[in-house]
Write a protein that binds this ligand. Sequence first.
Ligand code: ADP
Length: 485
Amino acid sequence: MLVEPNTGRLVFRTTLDRQKGGSAVGLERGQGLAGWVLANRQPAIIANTAEDTRWQTRSDYIDRERSALAVPLLLEDEPLGVLLLVHPAADQFRVEHGQLALAAAGQIAVALSKAQLYRYVSEQSERLGLTLQQREEEISKSVAIVRSIADGVVVGDRLGRIRMINPAAERILGISAEVFLGRQMIELPGVPMESQHGQPEGMEQLQVNERTLRAHFAPVLSSSNEWLGGVVVYHDISREVLAERLKSEFIATASHELRTPLTSIRGYIDLLLLGTLGSLSQPQNDFLKVVKTNVVRLVELIDDLLDVSKAEAGEMRLRRETLDMAEVLYEVAESLYSQFTARSISLAIDVPEGLPSVVADRQRMRQVVVNLVNNACKYTPDGGHVDVIARSCDDKLRVDVRDTGVGIAESARSHIFTPFFRADNPLREQAGGTGLGLSITKTLVDLHGGDIWFESREGEGTTFSFTLPLGASDWMPAEWLGQVE
Ligand code: ADP
């Protein structure tokens, strides 16, 4: 009988009694003679099973098991089971039988443990084999994926040596994997120099041969943040760059070509309105004014487009002069006054006495303020309120344009200064627009060395603020002022 490892029960594992072999059942821990032998770790001889309480048997066996001898199967004091001998006659076992059985039990225990060990080892190696096979499958799947993706991928080990180059990387970089495997990662473009230890991830735009690439380097870390190597992904963005350049060129050319005839149209409308070609009837005059308003709007739109393409090409130039910001704010307020009264929106300008002047481009500053105040009016419901506040603090001049308007949704905030972006809001359709104003405004404030930002609460209002550096005029030679840069 052997001890079941999980339950501690004693079960018949093998028997010389054929009749009994099949029907054998187990004993709970400590039950019967075998249980006793195991618990006490010593042999036991029963002369007459009918008189010994340790003996338990089924009634139909009673005549076949009169005397019994049981010895523990011990391996280094660890009980593995019990060797049990029975005889149909009473008083059949002597101490010598016990000693013999004990000697045999020692051999059996060693053989058993070897068998168990063998089973354990073969089970483990089977399991290991399976795990290895699964890992190999996973690795070959990953390698197949990396090899088949369209982006170039190069993987390096912890010593910075190239371990893998996929076919796309070979094609994009114009290199051969055979030549580069085993060489240092830093020999490749887009890999940061100190990529050996704890290098943070980084992105770089590169020109390799005819292609424009975006190289993304990332460290490979273990779950315990141990540096295992690095990986670079090369994405070919040549087409995007070309499309972007063509778009900018198209916008620049089209705007330029459109502006010339519109300037001429506006000139002739002005002449007509002045009555140079004879007086106009009232309806003619009214219609011409509508035409003029729309031509002016078209010219403004085209000017915005030209500004965007200039900004993208880095060709925006400033005509700097000493500027009284209060003057600019009042001028803008006056020019937009009718727009505010038409929608019963009140406009208040708050400028302290003696606000220091700034060195800035008057036309461009006017454009900045017009865009912000105009937006404040457009995106505020009828009857609302707009405040324009200017202050000087430390070495900066700050202007806030605060409205009680529709506000800007959280999801739109990161795109607000992107060209052509228009957020969704209840006044979007009524307000009209191209989404160019704020992107130009930001470029202009940046060019002046200032900052622009906003705070907003949806449904309550928005405050756009910008700052300009003060004091440039103190050190700038007078002859520089007004110079085209
Ligand atoms: P647009 O021509 O659409 O007014 P802008 O570049 O001036 O273009 O503004 C971009 C978007 O920012 C607008 O479409 C609007 O959704 C949002 N926005 C700008 N100013 C305000 C404001 N004061 N209140 C709420 N939303 C604003």
